[in-house]
Design a binder for this molecule. Sequence first.
Ligand SMILES: [Cu+2]
Length: 526
Amino acid sequence: MKWAGLITAAAVIAAACSSGGDESSSNAAVTDAVAAATAPEATAAPTTLVPQTTVAVSTTTTLVELPTRPGAITLHLETGPFDIEPGQNNIENKGAIPQPEIDGFIVGIRPNLVYDDGSIPGVDVVHLHHGVWLNLGAPDATAALPQRFFASGEEKTAMLLPAPYGYPYSTTDHWVLNYMLHNLTPEATQVWVTYDIDIIPADAPEAVGMLRARPIWMDVQNGKGYPVFDAVRGMGDGVTYTYPDQATAPYGNGPQLNEWVADADGTLIATAGHLHPGGLHTDLYVERDGQKAHAFRSEAMYYEPAGAVSWDVSMTATMPDWQVSVRQGDTLSTTATYDSGLASWYESMGIMVVWMGETGGDADDPFTTAVDTPGMLTHGHLAENDNHGGDLDNRYLDLTALPSAPASATIPIQDWVYTEGDMNYAVSVPTVKAGESITYENLDANIGKGQWHTITACAAPCNRSTGIAYPLADGPVIFDSGELGLGGPPTADRTSWTIPTDLPPGTYTYFCRIHPIMRGAFRVEE
Ligand SMILES: [Cu+2]
């Protein structure tokens, strides 16, 4: 997408959030389709409570459109094939992934996920929920792990280091990919993870005089194998929720996981945030002698017509001239802010990989210069995010209109069906008296790599078409079962869940946040 187009799209989407659409957007057809389909029902088209117009874009291009650094060559690397099982959402590692076969300085990385034929899966079908590239040849700066040097999620954030910096790479390094490939459907498939690497060879004339940079992994849940937190609707001030600042005892008596004390003098040269849907921004701070300076805000720019609710998003990264001096003993910290007015966002992340270079260059002191200047978008709208959902869909019943039937004490979930009250099949709604309970038991939990379902409240009737922006965890009464499965994160390490016994009378629609084609309802009566 050319910059003029991007500006237009950005302006249009900003406008769409308040006025409902425009003809000139690159995804105007989708916008219009969603608007047309959802217009009759106010409840069907979520609109964020937080204006998505705050991204101050200060450049004429996106990060991925910047010219490659002089002297750099681009290597197209890929690892796979990954056999994707029905519904999988597990975490695995893959060693001995392809690496550059020359020594040099890595100055850019761009990730993607493709099918065997090179086409890109819809993000609502199968996606890289996260990928973390680790270098076993070096220790991580901020956790007792191998060095984490690159990460990407559904938002496909790219990395680019500004001159004169580069990440030294040796062919003796050994890379591992830690990944979570999420299949939202019951169809098995096969995919590849690709990563384009820009590298300035060690023997290139441009390598002379380059400065070394290393990754500083900042994370609001740093060091955890599955570094997540829940941003539940109503948390924070009820509009936004900043973790960990507004959390109650986020780390108990343990260390502040979102902080790192600089082990050397250096220059921060690049960063971008990683968030999940509902995320608004991540922030980076530098603290010295009791003074705290705001170093950068990575903002989520949603192309999603419904606002801050989907993976149709691009983060801002620092501009190439962003250089911030830090001293040994300074404390770096990061926070993540989510929209907490619209819906709940379970298993959310807040990560900033901060690149820290050797001293030198033209760095600003964050305590005397306002270094938190606007960033640039990492990329434009991606076509694989175009299935937004939220259209009329007659495959789903309006369960609020079906009669009650006594609920079994335990309702099995089997073959992706809630065996009582499933939105595809039900003729009645399983019903209990107020104060009584229903237990859901996931019988699919141990199939293959795990088919881990959830029961997550969504606003009734919750029966529109599935897409990246629908359904949402936006039920008027909040509940979520966690991922019903065994074997550690991301599961809840149990296969059953019992509904709260304090629910007021009503029909409660829910969906599976892992496989959002799965929907159902139960009812509570006086
Ligand atoms: Cu499921």
